[in-house]
Design a protein around this ligand. Structure first.
Ligand SMILES: [Zn+2]
Ligand SMILES: [Zn+2]
Length: 341
């Protein structure tokens, strides 16, 4: 089969089209013909060598949808021809966390990582438990975003932050893959969204998606404006999608606020004032990926039209390097989807 191989750590040109053996489904696996793959910021970090322990010489991509073309002997839940999306990471199904439905906490690091035998390929082998059927009215391209970023956004807003109707939520990096979906989910829950973007040209799109107001902060300073927009009370909930802006987000959050950190665009340390955390009784939580259950919920929200997957453009797999370059240059609203060769 054809696949995009990460030949070495570095720039987008390290992504090369190569001919590799087509994977064979083990007894508990399905083989999936890839119809759509999302390009995630996580892929960029891996490619650049910024993820500790991540290997090179691999196939990237954990946002996948396609059609089952073969099933392992022990698989009884899926059939050839089924349309599926893949859960975004591997899990063991047997540990304490998996057994209580928290696949996002599983430490099954010895299993082949999803970013080792990934979705930038004609075929992908997936454990059958990681393959989730797609509703008929959801396209492959939409479904590729159900796990990450939409499931990740749902987990952060609902399960971690416990966002409720009437609350105000700050979404930064609002035009990115997480932000454009968080805005829609928060609106569906009845919350008010203050979206923060660095680009004035992206503001109207964010309002169309459901943001109550948009703060344009080219220099990354937005806490004062958000503070004023909330009548100097601060937001109830904040989605920190960038990482480096956490100090700004903390200052924009009001008494008893919940801050969920789920993006780390430029890995590094930030300064946090303990006095601010204590004074405002803030709760800062990390979050990443979603549970299997949350992926099913995200597919249901897509099927019902409450969340519209934001696809910036569709490019052939052979242009994976260009797709990475576009995302790196922040020229993307939502996600780029790779589809077709
Ligand atoms: Zn992703
Ligand atoms: Zn586990």
């Amino acid at each position: 089969m054809k696949a995009i191989i990460l030949s070495d750590f570095g720039g987008p040109s390290q992504l090369r089209v190569e001919e590799v053996p087509t994977p064979v489904a083990g007894p508990h696996d399905v083989l999936v013909q890839v119809e759509a793959a999302g390009v995630c910021h996580h892929d960029l970090l891996h490619r650049a060598g910024k993820l500790a322990g991540a290997p090179k010489g691999v196939i990237l991509g954990h946002e996948v949808a396609g059609r089952v073309v073969a099933t392992g002997a022990a698989v009884s839940t899926l059939q050839v021809g089924d349309r599926i999306t893949g859960y975004q990471r591997r899990f063991c199904g047997q540990c304490r966390d998996c057994l209580r439905g928290r696949q996002d906490l599983c430490r099954a690091v010895s299993l082949p990582a999803v970013d080792t035998e990934g979705a930038y390929a004609q075929y992908i082998r997936l454990p059958a438990v990681s393959a989730i059927r797609i509703p008929d009215n959801v396209s492959f391209q939409q479904a590729a975003l159900a796990s990450c970023p939409i499931g990740t956004a749902m987990r952060a807003l609902i399960s971690q932050a416990g966002l409720t109707a009437g609350e105000t939520v700050l979404v930064n990096g609002a035009s990115g893959g997480l932000g454009v979906h968080q805005i829609q989910i928060a609106r569906a829950l009845g919350a008010h969204v203050i979206a923060v973007t660095g680009d004035n040209a992206k503001a109207s799109r964010l309002e169309e998606l459901g943001a109550s107001s948009v703060v344009v902060a080219r220099d990354g300073n937005y806490s004062a404006e958000v503070w004023n927009k909330t009548g100097k009370k601060g937001v109830d909930v904040a989605m920190e999608n960038l990482g480096s802006t956490l100090p700004q987000t903390l200052r924009a959050t009001g008494m008893g606020g919940r801050i969920v950190v789920l993006g780390n665009i430029a890995p590094g340390a930030v300064e946090v004032s303990p006095g601010l955390l204590i004074g405002r009784r803030l709760r800062v939580q990390g979050s990443g990926s979603a549970t299997l259950d949350e992926v099913s919920q995200s597919l249901a929200m897509i099927a019902s039209g409450l969340v519209r997957p934001q696809i910036d453009r569709v490019m052939p797999f052979t242009q994976a390097a260009q797709a990475h370059a576009l995302l790196e240059a922040r020229q993307v609203n939502g996600r780029i989807i790779l589809s077709g060769w």
